[in-house]
Write a protein that binds this ligand. Structure first.
Ligand code: PLP
Length: 368
């Protein structure tokens, strides 16, 4: 376990036991399907190596990243596992894919041709075919799928290990688009060579068995984000951001707090200053909107969030409860990640991926 130095006034704790509990919970929901883990963007900001190591110890053997750099960083640390790369393969870099046994997600017929051109004379090249069923982002169009069905030679030398698509609205179970995409996916599969299939991200798992196919690709839910917004969060909390009060100011006359004099204090009050700011991922628009927790008591963030500091109005707490050295929760504990995201007008994904590099990180659990 990496210990926080005594100097650290702000601590980011990543609970790897909670992570693996989440992995097991997702697995328990998918019958016999395989549960991969999406670890792009440094495992949603939590630390790819620590996250991957913990998941491997828990039996996970398939991972997805977005970029080739991420895939190479992962491959360097873990030789044997399946690594799929969402953003596809280019002419310039196909050799790295091959030499490091990375599996490109083929998003266009051009990428397919690139990958296939390398396959001549060698064992078939493993590839994932991505068909677009409604995201209009990456993936083969229905026209391209039809062309592949008519000209199956385009797949010669390519070993299709997975056919995938991605849901646009999985976090809303009432959305008719979910079923429409599922049907479009089934249609596309009929026109392509038989191969295992994958449609569901975290929320897709909770849409039920019809969405599970052979492999699921959760990211967010592993890291504690609620995959079923509007319903209780079935996932365990993985991330906790806490910091010590470093100063408390007694205010006895009307004055303003912070940049832009954005907050005005009218009566006697106390303002506590915490050493976490937007450079640490505490989004600036939490100023005047967000909250922090001292014990179980919620206190408002007042004034603007600065780069390194944020101010709280702790007037309603006894002076002994809000004094320098006391720990304050900013994310996690009494303040769920999703509630912080809501206060900031964003989603938990953005909160996690913005967590700053300056924060001292403590990894707990994970079977090490
Ligand atoms: C990011 C991503 C996922 C994971 O989505 P979550 O909502 O975080 O579970 C799955 N599939 C694709 C293609 C992705 O880009």
């Amino acid at each position: 376990m990496t210990r926080h130095s005594e100097r650290a006034d702000a601590q980011l704790t990543v609970d790897l036991d909670a992570l693996t509990r989440n992995y097991r919970l997702l697995k328990s929901r998918i019958g016999g399907a395989r549960c991969a883990a999406v670890v792009k963007a440094d495992a949603y900001g939590l630390g790819m190596h620590e996250v991957v190591s913990a998941l491997i110890r828990d039996g996970c053997d398939s991972f997805f990243v977005a970029t080739l750099d991420e895939a190479m960083a992962l491959r360097e640390r873990v030789p044997g596992v399946f690594v799929g790369v969402f953003n596809g393969v280019t002419d310039a870099h196909h050799k790295v894919f091959k030499s490091q046994s990375l599996i490109p997600v083929i998003n266009t017929l051009g990428q397919l041709a690139t990958w296939r051109a390398q396959a001549s004379g060698s064992p078939p090249h493993a590839a994932i075919l991505h068909v677009d069923t409604g995201m209009c982002r990456l993936g083969l169009t229905s026209g391209e799928v039809a062309l592949l069905a008519d000209e199956p030679d385009r797949l010669n030398g390519v070993d299709v290990v997975l056919i995938m698509s991605h849901l646009a609205c999985a976090d809303d179970a009432e959305q008719p688009m979910n079923n429409a995409q599922r049907e479009a996916f089934a249609e596309a599969r009929k026109r392509l060579p038989a191969a295992p299939a994958s449609l569901a991200n975290s929320s897709g798992i909770f849409l039920g068995e019809a969405y599970h196919f052979d492999l699921v690709r959760p990211g967010a839910a592993l890291y504690g984000i609620n995959p079923t917004p509007g319903r209780p969060n079935p996932m365990a909390e993985v991330v906790r951001l806490r910091a010590k009060i470093i100063q408390v100011r007694d205010v006895d006359r009307p004055q303003t707090v912070g940049y832009g004099a954005a907050h005005r204090v009218s009566g006697p009050s106390r303002i506590a200053t915490i050493p976490v700011g937007y450079a640490d991922g505490l989004l600036r628009n939490l100023g005047g909107r967000g909250r922090a927790a001292i014990g179980e008591a919620l206190v408002p963030i007042v004034g603007r969030v600065s780069m390194d500091l944020v101010t709280l109005d702790v007037t309603k707490l006894p002076a002994t409860a809000a004094r320098p050295g006391v720990m304050v929760d900013l994310i996690g504990g009494p303040l769920s990640l999703d509630s912080v995201a809501e206060s900031a007008g964003t989603i938990g994904y953005e909160i996690l991926t913005r967590l700053g590099q300056r924060l001292q990180r403590q990894y707990v659990g994970g079977g090490r």
